[in-house]
Design a binder for this molecule. Structure first.
Ligand SMILES: [Ca+2]
Ligand SMILES: [Ca+2]
Ligand SMILES: [Ca+2]
Ligand SMILES: [Ca+2]
Length: 277
């Protein structure tokens, strides 16, 4: 039983602790919340990135189906859109001879009736071999290259390379060896999303995104407007990176997505539909 003691001090400190936190307790809470947040932000970012890449692959798959479908009805592929309005340039006429303003540009999404951009709001890059695939066959002869029209002998000319193990060095596993991912003859056209970093991309608002950093050689290959492309595994930005074959340094950031339009598949579908030869 407690004895009353008017002269004794009130047990004020324990009483106050029942209504709040000490600095030490606050520090522990802040520390734990910090640890949890640091541990969660990484996985959430990875999930968001995976979701956006899936969405972009869906858009690209839809665009490639639309290109195959377009070829079935027009007996040719469209030229790229070079001014960002979603329509091919030039609009096709027999007089234009199937020559494009440029073999490289944006997917003519409005003409195809599909989504205009990737998950990051940027145009898809589209390259096609003009005349060979953009001018319809005028006869049933497979004269291909000689008359530059789309027939059974048309060939692609787009080089897609990748990186990985050099099969020529048995017992040693490389990661940066560069080799062809497709036979150029068999690539009639190609679609590229420049990924989240947007290096070399143009937004749907037709504002260019950032330039490709000089060390990112593989992404630069997808943005320089020529017929060579790189399609390889996703890699994050790392210090001291180099997009070369030296195994001593890591590869540079790469988040591009590259989808070829197969000449074989295109021809096969057109033959099945009675549009070739
Ligand atoms: Ca256009
Ligand atoms: Ca090897
Ligand atoms: Ca990129
Ligand atoms: Ca290139």
């Amino acid at each position: 039983m407690m004895k009353s003691c008017p002269s004794c001090p009130e047990p004020s400190a324990p009483a106050r602790r029942q209504h709040g936190f000490t600095l030490l307790e606050m520090a522990i809470v802040v520390f734990i919340v910090g640890m949890l947040t640091a541990g969660l932000i990484g996985p959430v970012q990875v999930q968001l990135e995976a979701r956006d890449r899936r969405k972009t692959l869906d858009v690209m798959a839809q665009a490639s189906e639309a290109l195959y479908g377009y070829a079935l009805t027009h007996r040719r592929l469209p030229c790229p859109d070079t001014n960002g309005d979603g329509m091919a340039d030039p609009q096709f006429t027999i007089a234009s001879g199937g020559d494009c303003d440029n073999e490289s540009g944006f997917l003519p999404w409005a003409e195809l009736g599909v989504d205009g951009g990737d998950a990051w709001g940027n145009h898809l890059t589209y390259r096609v071999r003009e005349r060979q695939f953009t001018f319809p066959a005028q006869n049933s002869t497979c004269d291909g290259n000689s008359t530059d029209e789309f027939d059974l002998c048309s060939q692609g000319n787009i080089d897609i390379e990748t990186r990985g193990d050099d099969a020529g060095t048995a017992g040693v596993t490389e990661g940066k060896f560069k080799f062809p991912a497709a036979t150029p003859d068999n690539v009639a056209a190609v679609l590229v999303s420049h990924g989240r970093n947007g290096y070399g991309a143009t937004g749907l608002d037709n504002v260019p995104r950032g330039a490709v950093p000089t060390e990112n050689g593989d992404e630069e290959e997808n943005a320089d407007g020529d017929a060579e492309f790189v399609s390889r595994a996703y890699s994050q930005a790392q210090d001291g990176c180099a997009d070369d074959s030296s195994e001593g340094s890591p590869l540079c950031e790469f988040d591009d997505l590259v989808l070829p339009i197969s000449r074989s598949l295109l021809v096969s579908r057109m033959v099945s539909a009675g549009q070739l030869p």
